[in-house]
Design a protein around this ligand. Sequence first.
Ligand SMILES: Nc1ncnc2c1ncn2[C@@H]1O[C@H](COP(=O)(O)OP(=O)(O)OP(=O)(O)O)[C@@H](O)[C@H]1O
Ligand SMILES: [Mg+2]
Length: 429
Amino acid sequence: MPFGFIKDISLKGSCLVAGLDIGSTKVCAVIGEVIYPERGWQGNPGSAKAGAINVIGSGTVVSNGIKKGVITNMEGIVEAVREAVREAERSAGAVVKNINAGITGGHIGCLASHGVIAIKDREIKAREIESVLEAARAVAIPFDREILHVIPVDYTVDGQRGISNPRGMIGIRLETDVQIITGAAGIVKTLARSCQKAGIEISEIVLNPLASADALLTTDEKERGVAVFDIGGGTTDMAMFRDGALCHSGVITLGGSNFTNDIAIGLRIPSNEAEAVKIKYGCTMLSHADAGGTAEIGPAANSRSIPRSYIAEILQPRAEELLQLLREQLISANLHKDMNAGIVLTGGGALMKGMDAMAENILELPVRIGSPGQDGLLDEKLCNPEFSTCIGLMGYGTREHLRGFSADGRGMMQNIRVRISDLARIFRH
Ligand SMILES: Nc1ncnc2c1ncn2[C@@H]1O[C@H](COP(=O)(O)OP(=O)(O)OP(=O)(O)O)[C@@H](O)[C@H]1O
Ligand SMILES: [Mg+2]
């Protein structure tokens, strides 16, 4: 069944959805129950009642075998996926058949494209929208790349630009601007195969920052211009929105593990101790560090005391490097001046003390830390920036599905077929 739905949606007032985030630090699975509208329901799909998702189970295990978004030990990942999904199923009391899986890494690419078609019967229906998106995706992609997403930015009907949903409009020429997101074919297939080996079928492979954005951003922020930066363990994932639509995305292969390595080298301690020191005492700004305070380093029986300012001195240059790279991304994509709603920092790395204040200084934009569950429907342990991606993956596509359901459902079913045929191709090769 499409979109990670694992119950019969036609008879019940609810259905289940599931997301799987295979991160560099943790592998996490979440299962949620969608508050499903009645048949014939014509309400707003964005309303709290329709499409709200109640998380009913989750499972998190330590990730062993993924570096900077790329699988380096497939057996380790298969085991971790199996374990995380099993734990989520146990707590939910349900069985996962399909899941939305996330992807990231330096191999991810993003390009803009344009599609044009003539409208046969003058009226734009789901079929015409699908055709114009197919026309836009017909660009030369190297054989070693897979298309992950074709995301409409806007539509133009008979020269009138800036249309977000042309369905039902009358015209003779339909155009669209899209963002095409691609990944290295081998890496995408290895991810799909790992899930298959763990006994999980993927509904959709979703770019991680799109999922994080789904979990965190409001429609108003997307309209005004906003960027979400997800600072994970191995990568920092970006998605920028303007005029309500995605306008740029990317991945930087720098994340929390670089900070940990810097501490391990700077203080000459093992990585696991460096990680603990970072979580307990880490601060990215010397001016924010507890100047007079000390930090206990090493095992309790044999610990030594160092000034906390030493740790900030190690972390500050790395944080500056990361934030400068993010600033360069905004400027080179010509988006810095358009981010009127500012920046949302998320991922575990956003929890480091001083990160938000430093981001405001370097990016010269308002910054907030984004945690999922602002609607109050989430278990407290998941209301943490580390789970933004997984929560977003779980619900990804649900609103579109509901929109299709509330109208005639046909458009959505056709989209689903396109997506399933894409996935079938990935599994075949
Ligand atoms: N309180 C904290 N202070 C500093 N860093 C933290 C804190 N909590 C978590 N982190 C860091 O966040 C990182 C993990 O974040 P997250 O769980 O979002 O990564 P991931 O999704 O597994 O990795 P990736 O997205 O790169 O694949 C680790 O480097 C961890 O050290
Ligand atoms: Mg992540």
